[in-house]
Design a protein around this ligand. Structure first.
Ligand code: WT7
Length: 645
């Protein structure tokens, strides 16, 4: 796909940044990051201004990342209080419920009151600065209130996606030692109820340190109640005042922990801090989405993922924007829902994931074209590479050829967008995340870490820090150093493969580690494997990704049963259910192949390269199999492969 879509004149004229502006500002940002970020660091309000800008070492030796480290500020103050003089009666959050008949507008004034009350209720129940608070909530305004209330009092939130299982929730609660949980009676998605409180009760059976559970009443469904532990949100908020001063936080005080999957072991707690994160989230939100005052901006992510943190809550609210929060799913009540929401709330900027686009594409054009979408002026994509076919449909059918698409590449670890078009500056190529944001220095390296110049392909690293970068893995700085700074010393390694074309455009080719990307959600193959082997009938399991039409990647599991167990269809179903229960529906294996043996080296290491090839249905050239302990197992796996598409 070589066609290029130039920047429309009308877009360039009204945009914050045009092509010349991008060039100049980008060059400044990498030539002199200190003065660039000294200037842009001022975009947020500081109680005590910083005098230090960047204090970073990527090793060797200590890995240390600090930005603006002698400044003090508060994220909730920046997202709310700072706007009250001019925007008290402007809408901060448009909430659209699961049912099309359910919506409300929350003004900045109301947001202030809600957040202050919740902050006071948390304090009244013992939450202090530095405490970890776990949020296990549906997409309701209280999720944003709870994040901001934590930020206001200096507590560190850990949002756990409502689709995760009780076990997954419990593991995350224990890992960060949180003693306070906020949840809801039930969530509501696509007309179906999600038993959040019941899941929490189950999780807490193995979390003895949790003292308090604050429960939002969402559906009114019946819940079991632990006296002395469980409290109703609405009752607690009724007992406190709506005035809660914002805690003065150091720029490097933690703001949140968010668990994400890695190539090995259990999910790690990505830690983001206060000042640099907010500067970066707000700046990228303004420039990447070319946000102008008064516009309605909608990011369809869930607050359980980093996209929801940076681009539903923190970035937009720091910019005084109107941010739309949607409780439901794209195909409920029908496949027009997204576009009907755009019409109903006059959405100007719409940001979603390729997997949603592909799913809607299947339904044909009619559900889109029957809506107006005339308020839309900009589209965004995030979470995985967008295939050119989906890009073109998004561009031509949804955007009617009028709306640039910003294909934004970033990660939980990066806090904000790193590689992306700017709508007024960057000609688009379908499938390419295009160019780096200000201050970002991508480098492509080969397996030995040599820099590859010009048009090339290899592994993507970032050569220097940016303010939104994660600071550590919560409780395990060594794992942080190992995961991101040891493969290619002196550089941040992203885990992604990448191609750079002759125009200097970046094309992300997907993960090069044992992480798979299912519908834009990250899943560690090791996590799925450990869930499978926890089943009594499973002796061994190896999990890889394979190309999936809708999900981008599907989960392919090779399972060896314990001696004496015979494979059968019921067991296959049972294992799928088992993994869903252990981790959550997003981890469900799509294909399970019974494997009498797995291809292993003589030292016992599973050769995943071969398993990946078979799963991709590309078994003709399996490469060198002579080092296998038992080359015969490969023939059996090929003969019985599941993905014959
Ligand atoms: C991984 C990060 C960042 C928020 C959502 C996912 C993949 C993300 C793109 C894109 C190609 C992308 C990468 C990355 N990814 N955006 N625009 N083009 N790939 O966050 O769960 O931390 O996953 O998602 O592989 O490493 P995450």
């Amino acid at each position: 796909m070589s066609s290029t879509y130039p920047v429309p004149d009308n877009v360039a004229e009204q945009a914050w940044i045009d092509a010349a502006g991008y060039q100049k500002m980008y060059e400044q940002s990498v030539a002199d990051p200190e003065s660039f970020w000294a200037e842009h660091g001022k975009r947020i309000h500081w109680f005590k201004p910083f005098s230090q800008v960047k204090d970073v070492s990527y090793g060797p030796g200590e890995v240390k990342i600090r930005w603006f480290h002698d400044g003090t500020t508060n994220v909730a103050h920046n997202c709310i209080d700072r706007h009250l003089d001019t925007k008290k009666n402007d809408t901060a959050i448009i909430w659209e419920g699961d049912s099309p008949s359910d919506h409300k507008h929350i003004t900045y004034g109301e947001l202030y009151e809600e957040v202050c009350r919740l902050a006071n209720a948390m304090k009244a129940n013992g939450v202090k600065k530095g405490d970890r608070v776990t949020l296990y909530l549906p997409m309701i305004p209280e999720a944003a209130y709870a994040m901001l209330a934590c930020a206001r009092i200096g507590a560190i939130h850990s949002v756990v996606f409502g689709g995760f299982s009780p076990d997954a929730l419990a593991g995350r609660i224990r890992d960060c030692g949180s003693t306070f949980v906020v949840t809801a009676d039930e969530g509501l998605r696509g007309g179906r109820k999600v038993p959040l409180k019941a899941n929490t009760d189950k999780a807490l059976e193995s979390c003895p340190d949790v003292k308090t559970v604050l429960v939002v009443r969402r559906t009114g469904g019946s819940v079991t109640w632990a006296e002395g532990r469980d409290l109703w949100y609405h009752e607690e908020l009724g007992k406190v005042s709506d005035d809660c001063p914002a805690e003065e936080m150091n720029a490097e005080d933690p703001l949140f922990i968010l668990y994400t999957s890695g190539s090995t072991g259990q999910p790690k707690g990505v830690l983001h801090t206060t000042g640099g994160y907010l500067v970066y989230a707000s700046m990228t939100h303004q420039y990447v989405f070319d946000y102008h005052d008064g516009e309605v901006y909608w990011c369809t992510a869930d607050v359980g993922w980093v996209t929801g943190h940076s681009y539903i809550v923190y970035g937009p609210l720091a910019n005084g924007a109107t941010t739309l929060m949607f409780e439901g799913v794209p195909n409920y009540p029908d496949a027009s829902r997204m576009w009907e929401i755009c019409d109903k709330h006059k959405v100007n900027i719409f940001y979603t994931a390729p997997t949603a686009i592909r799913a809607l594409m299947r339904e044909g054009e009619q559900p889109v074209t029957k809506t107006r979408r005339d308020s839309l002026r900009l589209l965004g994509s995030v979470g995985e590479p967008i295939n050119p076919e989906a890009w073109l449909w998004y561009y031509n059918v949804v955007g009617e050829g009028r709306c640039p698409i910003v294909d934004t590449w970033w990660q939980t670890e990066t806090g904000g967008i790193l590689i992306t078009p700017l709508p007024g500056a960057t000609p688009l190529k379908p499938g390419s995340a295009t160019r780096p944001f200000f201050g970002v220095k991508p480098v492509i390296v080969d397996a030995e870490g040599h820099h590859l110049e010009g048009a090339t392909e290899g592994n993507l690293c970032i050569a220097d820090s940016w303010p939104g970068q994660m600071r550590t893995v919560y409780g395990d700085h060594e794992r942080f150093v190992q995961t991101y700074f040891s493969t290619y010393p002196g550089k941040y390694f992203t885990g992604d493969g990448c191609r750079r074309d002759q125009d200097g455009y970046y094309w992300i080719t997907g993960r090069v580690d044992d992480v798979i990307n299912v519908s834009g959600h990250r899943m560690g193959t090791a996590e799925v494997e450990s869930a499978l082997v926890a089943h009594a009938k499973v002796a061994e399991a190896a999990v890889v990704g394979y190309p999936h039409d809708l999900k981008g990647q599907g989960i392919y599991a090779y399972v060896t049963l314990v001696a004496g167990e015979e494979p059968h269809e019921e067991l296959r179903k049972e294992l799928v259910t088992w993994v869903r229960r252990e981790i959550g529906p997003i981890a469900s294996p799509d294909l399970i192949q019974w494997a009498p043996g797995l291809p292993k080296t003589r030292s016992g290491k599973i050769m995943r390269r071969i398993l990946r090839k078979i799963a991709e249905n590309d078994y003709s050239n399996l490469g060198d199999t002579s080092t296998l302990a038992d080359p015969g197992v490969v023939d059996d796996l090929v003969a019985n492969r599941m993905n014959r598409a």
